[in-house]
Design a protein around this ligand. Structure first.
Ligand SMILES: O=P(O)(O)OC[C@H]1O[C@H](O[C@H]2O[C@H](CO)[C@@H](O)[C@H](O)[C@H]2O)[C@H](O)[C@@H](O)[C@@H]1O
Ligand SMILES: O=c1ccn([C@@H]2O[C@H](COP(=O)(O)OP(=O)(O)O)[C@@H](O)[C@H]2O)c(=O)[nH]1
Length: 479
């Protein structure tokens, strides 16, 4: 039987809860199959030179964790730089926030090459390799250049923007060509697949072989939508445990006279947090009956603090929250509770269950697991309502949520008002329909459907030669 090798920038001990959707999801997926999980340890090692690292391995149940620290220069250029100041904003449609700095790309290539060199000696012939996310797009190219012939799949957790936005990326042809070193490319939604295909056909002159297969650069790859899910049973179990129950009861007691609304996000400009606060302000203005009765709890957990756009966002948000509390708050009621800390995962289900309205309103999001967690946390007899941005990947699946446009402040205020006053029967019906989708397309379905597709042989006529060791991609011109 083949062994599963997962590679991602962020990883966590799969037996322990972690914040951040990717680490949570991969931990849960690997818990089931066992295997090897390779990635960054999360540590920046002052002693280390750029492009160098020492491999550390340890066992976590059935999963072997193999990690490397990053040198400070690599952390700055690869993680904070190319990954989070170039690829993250561009793939979230925010060209205005991208910082196209030449040294970032050098660091990105250097770390991908180092990952490949450290991973290769750990691989066995029968392994199947599954690489995750935008930090590691060129990893398969680097592995193939070192002689790796195993099947390699790639899953992108963030959205794919339309071709003309991608084409604004100075090295877009170099980056997008790297996808062809994979046997399968998984994306979160059909919209992402459509953008990816259009880019490859129009900008890379790829040939469409049908059935999701594309040919270019003398190779073939397959692309498909594999929307990521959550581990429903595990999350329900977490919801029944003491921490979650206590969290829920404490909140209900403290706010017994209020209707609660909740947002839980990393403090990221893609999550539409200021737009949400403005919509809540509009709700209080347009529907004054909610004053003294509605309270919005906003968890905005720290994320990527050293990237400038994130620091700017924090300042903007704190101004907005202070403004709304100053203008509308009273001695016995504050409209908004803003918390800039990570909430322990074991408390998330209790928090979600205590509130009447879950606000998941990103401007763009690959999927958004909080949307699914909110639904699963609800009491089916008296469920809360999910207000969901149509621009989250999750919206393609969760059509029974109240879908909103986060740029439309008044429209969002109206939807929140509808959610706050939705009759029980409608809440129950929507919750039932959402649960069905979430349970059918859970984390295990996601893992299995991706890996089944990766294992499926290419049709005979189109079968590509086993990946020969090849030269790595030409180094792109510095910008
Ligand atoms: O690792 P960080 O820089 O701390 O960021 C946390 C993760 O954020 C992103 O998550 C994405 O993956 C989720 C699961 O598929 C998805 O629901 C969400 O929409 C995405 O934003 C990022 O893509 C991960 O690599 C990060 O680890
Ligand atoms: O303070 C927090 C904030 C988030 N999360 C978890 O982190 C994940 C966030 O994943 P999502 O896909 O919503 O967004 P991402 O942060 O990965 O972009 C979810 O499982 C949340 O429950 C958490 O445990 N504590």
């Amino acid at each position: 039987m083949s062994r599963l090798v997962v590679v991602s920038n962020r990883l966590a001990d799969p037996r322990r809860p972690a914040a951040g959707g990717l680490a949570v999801a991969l931990g849960e997926a690997l818990n089931r199959t066992g295997g090897l999980w390779f990635g960054w340890s999360g540590n920046v090692n002052e002693e280390q030179q750029p492009g160098e690292a020492h491999l550390q391995t340890r066992q976590a149940g059935r999963v072997t964790l193999a990690t490397v620290d990053l040198a400070p220069e690599d952390h700055a250029a690869y993680y904070q730089g190319y990954a989070n100041s170039v690829l993250w904003p561009v793939f979230h449609y925010r060209l205005d926030l991208a910082d196209f700095h030449g040294a970032y790309l050098d660091g990105y290539r250097r770390v991908n090459r180092m990952f490949a060199a450290k991973l290769l000696p750990l691989l066995r012939d029968e392994d199947v390799i599954w690489v995750h996310d935008y930090h590691l797009i060129p990893l398969a190219t680097e592995l193939r250049a070192l002689g790796c012939r195993q099947r390699i799949g790639f899953f992108l957790h963030i959205p794919v923007p339309p071709p003309l936005i991608l084409a604004a990326l100075p090295q877009h042809d170099w980056l997008m060509r790297a996808f062809f070193a994979y046997d399968l490319v998984g994306l979160q939604s059909e919209a992402d697949v459509a953008h990816f295909r259009r880019y490859m056909l129009n900008e890379a002159q790829a040939e469409d072989l049908g059935d999701g297969r594309l040919a270019a650069f003398s190779r073939e790859t397959r692309v498909g939508a594999f929307p990521i899910g959550i581990d429903v049973q595990e999350f329900e179990r977490l919801g029944r445990a003491a921490d979650a129950v206590q969290t829920c009861e404490a909140l209900r007691q403290e706010y017994s006279r209020r209707k609660l609304l909740l947002g839980i996000d990393r403090l990221d400009y893609s999550k539409g947090i200021p737009q949400r606060v403005r919509a809540f302000r509009e709700l209080l203005e347009k529907y004054p009956e909610n004053r003294h009765s509605a309270t919005l709890i906003m968890i905005a957990s720290p994320s990527r603090d050293d990237v400038l756009a994130y620091a700017d966002l924090r300042q903007e948000l704190e101004g907005l929250c202070g403004g709304i509390n100053g203008d509308y708050g009273d001695l016995d009621w504050m409209p908004l509770r803003y918390i800039h800390r990570i909430v322990a995962r074991r408390r998330v289900p209790g928090l979600c269950r205590a509130v009447r309205v879950g606000l998941v309103t990103p401007l763009r999001d690959g999927m958004n697991l909080v949307a699914k967690e909110y639904v699963v946390s609800q009491d089916p007899q008296d469920p809360g309502v999910l207000v969901l941005s149509r621009f989250a990947g999750a919206a393609e699946q969760l059509k029974d949520a109240l879908l909103v446009n986060p740029y439309d402040t008044e429209g969002m205020a109206d939807a929140i008002q509808t959610a706050l006053h939705m009759p029980l029967e409608e809440r129950q019906a929507r919750h039932r329909a959402l649960m069905e989708t979430i349970c059918t397309h859970d984390i295990h379905w996601w893992r299995k459907s991706f890996l089944d597709a990766l294992h499926a042989p290419a049709p005979e006529a189109q079968a590509q030669p086993p990946a020969e060791p090849r030269a790595a991609l030409p180094t792109p011109e510095p910008v």
